[in-house]
Design a protein around this ligand. Structure first.
Ligand SMILES: NC(=O)c1ccc[n+]([C@@H]2O[C@H](COP(=O)([O-])OP(=O)(O)OC[C@H]3O[C@@H](n4cnc5c(N)ncnc54)[C@H](OP(=O)(O)O)[C@@H]3O)[C@@H](O)[C@H]2O)c1
Length: 286
């Protein structure tokens, strides 16, 4: 895993599959952050076509979320589609979102997918570097805050809930030298540590995997099965500030729908060996 030739080989030879037709999610509630666009939206579409009772789209733009809701309802009018605001640049917004989640009667599946790829140093609203704030800190905080509702649902239904963090194969391509220093996050906030191109984005995808490993080691798989997923290199608006990345995605990228298949696979399959796992090409990997 993790070499560039290997990455190219997988992009050309692997074709992500949709969920098995037989999968029945009836009665369940799922939540997808960044559910209005790209892979998150495609994952939402797929989950709702398997009998889901309710889906929560976590979005930073309610207008975009409402557009996504219209499409989901046109496909499956019987589903309860809710659009909730979340800005992962704001700890307060994440906390408000989690408070709303705590009021649900059940939460079976959570896909923490919202993310950015900022190729230049940007200080976020919290003062942390933008990729670190949105991809790692925001996702990590939300994962902690929604454990309560996920565990409660598992206790009530007698089957584990699911928590999936969206990482990337790029996490292999980074030497996170900051991790050896005295204060990793404070160091990563300094513009001079930002690195080149996708270095920092890649580092946050490694933080996603490290966080998933640490948190999953503290949770029982009978309560919540937690994993991290590589959705493959896909065409989406993630590459909006990266013109060469965008052209490369047009050339060899999977579609957002195929990336979405990888998200839904990680969040609903691999119940036996998926806890604490990194799932890539819809398979649990080392
Ligand atoms: N595409 C790829 O090749 C690829 C490869 C590996 C991993 N991934 C990962 O897959 C995930 C989804 O990416 P994508 O390709 O679907 O990109 P995308 O189309 O740009 O979607 C990203 C989503 O995250 C939302 N978001 C961005 N900043 C946010 C914030 N501060 N608070 C809340 N939501 C925010 C976006 O909202 P707006 O629509 O309002 O911007 C959008 O809904 C990301 O975690 C990404 O790192 C993607």
């Amino acid at each position: 895993m993790g070499t560039f030739p290997g990455f190219l080989y997988r992009q050309f030879t692997f074709k992500p599959k949709p969920l098995p037709k037989s999968l029945n999610l009836s009665g369940k509630t799922a939540l997808v952050t960044g559910g209005n666009a790209g892979l998150g939206f495609e994952a939402a579409k797929e989950l709702t076509s398997h009998g889901l009772a309710r889906i929560i789209l976590g979005v930073r733009s309610i207008a975009k979320g409402e557009e996504a809701k219209k499409t989901l309802l046109a496909m499956n009018p019987q589903i309860d589609v809710q659009v909730w605001a979340i800005d992962q640049e704001s700890f307060e917004s994440i906390k408000n979102f989690a408070d709303q989640a705590a009021s649900l009667d059940r939460l079976d599946i959570a896909i923490l997918n919202a993310g950015v790829k900022s190729m230049e140093y940007v200080k976020s609203k919290t003062g942390h570097e933008l990729n670190v704030q949105v991809n790692h800190l925001g996702t990590a905080l939300l994962s902690l805050l929604i454990l309560g509702p996920l565990k409660k649902t598992a206790a009530e239904t007698g089957s584990p809930s699911r928590l999936t963090i969206v990482s990337s194969e790029n996490h292999f391509w980074v030497k996170l030298k900051e991790i050896k220093g005295p204060d990793t996050l404070a160091t990563m906030d300094k513009p001079e540590t930002f690195g080149k191109g996708m270095d920092r984005y890649n580092a946050t995808k490694l933080l996603n995997v490290l966080w998933m490993r640490e948190l999953s080691s503290k949770i029982s798989a009978s309560d919540v099965i937690m994993d991290a997923v590589n959705p493959g290199f896909c065409q989406s608006t993630l590459h909006r500030t990266d013109s060469s990345g965008s052209s490369f995605a047009n050339l060899i990228g999977w579609t957002s729908a195929q990336g979405g298949h990888c998200l839904t696979d990680a969040a609903t399959q691999h119940a036996k060996d998926g806890h604490g796992a990194y799932v890539s090409e819809q398979t649990v990997k080392r």
